[in-house]
Ligand binder design. Structure first.
Ligand code: SF4
Ligand code: SF4
Length: 467
């Protein structure tokens, strides 16, 4: 289906937000929506509420009504935009190829330009979006402080004395499942280069992420080693930074572009064949750096070079690598062997929660399944609605805890039905959300949430290199 091009309306908006939206939104994308409604069943917030404004079609209609001057953007309008998970499940099903993800980011960017946050919210946003995430050294400091809190006994004291009760319930729950922060990131652990095992297929670069390298540094190390096992030389450019996804999703587009330039330069200087991401949320923005910087003449070509090379770890292993043999050890199985696994002679059942961004933006849903199905001694059980958002969605579970909690409850119903001992994911946010669900359902003794990289690396028959 071809898209039609209409000019932006020539309206002198009295409302400042409407003026900004008129300037920032891609009007062609707004008019491309033909209101067919094919996206409605795919949208988690519509499925939960059954209300049109909580659907992709409804949100696009609201955006267009504001830009066309038919509607004043009020608080209800902003709430509808904030309720969107940004999961982008509406995009693959859209016959008109409406770029909904771009529209919601442009809308939030406009809203943020006029936001009047209170002092606490404003200060927190400024601290994290500008003061911490963009600076790897400060992220490391934050990680060390968190580690000190976790290891020094302060955490026990905070929990024991009831200090944590001062925080909202969803924050307390998240604090319970936070992994141990690492004192060293991937470069400090294994250096900036790691050689291929056997004949080299290609040279790839690891995108280490900001939160990944603090809370999931082991996963970064295991990613490098898996790539090495599969035949790739790995470099880890030291000057790379945060991908900017949390900024882009929260209306901080200028900051997201600034971070994109830093990364484009870091990886262009490294001159690699591929740029490997192990976090769906980061990868989905990295793969769209070309769009993010397409109006910046000085950076557009290099951003396109960068975007073409971005690939998820599972995809590159399956499509380009020498996939190692993975084997489940009987002794490592948790709990009783489910009947479905026993029938196949397997010792464990594994299941998988898709990262929405890996699935809907990077189109990377097949490769993880192929890898999981290749594990000897493991039975892969597809979870019902594994393609549906778990409610994590960046910082959505912090800003919209009610909806996030509802989505997690549905997810756990389906997870429990699989009787899986391992719940695998490809994104740190999904991993934490699944850990939270397992914890809330008292399943910690017989179900473990893991990043797919960690699970696979631990099951390489004879891993080599540093343990
Ligand atoms: S599927 Fe696409 S064209 Fe149809 S209503 Fe949804 S966004 Fe609009
Ligand atoms: S991004 Fe997700 S939550 Fe938002 S409108 Fe699309 S399907 Fe619904």
């Amino acid at each position: 289906m071809t898209s039609q091009t209409f000019g932006k309306p020539d309206i002198a908006h009295a409302n400042p937000l409407a003026r900004t939206m008129l300037k920032k939104l891609d009007y062609d994308q707004l008019t491309n929506c033909m209101r067919c409604g094919f996206c409605l069943p795919a949208c988690p917030t519509f499925r939960e509420t059954g209300v049109e404004p909580e659907s992709p079609r409804g949100r696009i209609a609201l955006m267009k009504a504001v830009v066309d001057g038919v509607m004043e953007p009020d608080q209800a309008f902003e709430d509808q935009m904030n309720h969107c998970l940004g999961c982008r499940a509406c995009e693959p099903v859209c016959p008109a190829d409406v770029k909904y993800g771009q529209l919601i980011e442009q809308t939030r960017d406009a809203i943020e330009d006029h936001a009047r946050h209170g002092a606490v919210v404003s200060g927190t946003r400024k601290l994290f979006f500008r003061g911490v995430f963009p600076h790897q050294n400060r992220m490391k400091l934050l990680g060390k402080s968190l580690r000190l809190y976790q290891k020094s006994g302060l955490q026990k004291i905070a929990r024991g004395t009831g200090v944590m009760k001062l925080f909202p319930a969803h924050m307390r729950e998240m604090e319970q499942i936070l992994p141990e922060a690492a004192s060293k990131g991937v470069i400090e652990r294994i250096g900036e280069r790691y050689p291929a095992k056997g004949e080299r297929i290609a040279t790839v670069a690891l995108f280490r992420g900001c939160i990944m390298d603090v809370l999931f540094a082991d996963t970064n190390v295991n990613t490098v080693k898996l790539l090495s096992e599969a035949g790739f030389d790995v470099v880890i450019p030291k000057t790379q930074g945060c991908c900017g996804a949390l900024h882009a999703h929260s209306g901080e587009m200028d900051q997201a572009r600034e971070l994109a330039r830093v990364n484009v330069k870091a990886f262009k200087d490294a001159g690699v064949d591929y740029i490997v991401s192990n976090a769906g949320g980061c990868g989905a923005l990295l793969v769209e750096y070309d769009h993010l910087l397409h109006e910046d003449a000085a950076w557009a070509d290099d951003a396109a070079w960068f975007a073409r090379r971005v690939v998820d770890i599972s995809t590159i292993l399956v499509d380009k690598g020498r996939v190692p043999a993975f084997a489940e050890a009987m002794a490592e199985a948790q709990g009783a062997v489910p009947a479905a696994a026993a029938e196949t002679g397997a010792s464990v059942t594994i299941t998988y929660q898709d990262s929405c961004h890996l699935r809907n933006v990077m189109k990377g849903s097949a490769a993880p399944r192929k890898l999981m199905k290749s594990v000897e001694g493991a039975h892969f059980c597809e979870m019902r609605e594994s393609d549906r958002c778990c409610g994590s969605a960046g910082i959505y579970n912090v800003t919209q805890p009610e909806m996030a909690g509802q989505l997690l409850e549905h997810k756990m119903e389906h997870a429990n039905a699989t009787e899986a001992q391992y719940m695998l994911t490809s994104n740190p946010g999904c991993l934490l959300q699944m850990k939270l669900g397992i914890d809330k359902h008292g399943r910690g003794g017989d179900m473990k949430a893991m990043h797919i990289v960690d699970y696979l690396y631990e099951r390489i028959a004879q891993p080599t290199g540093e343990a």
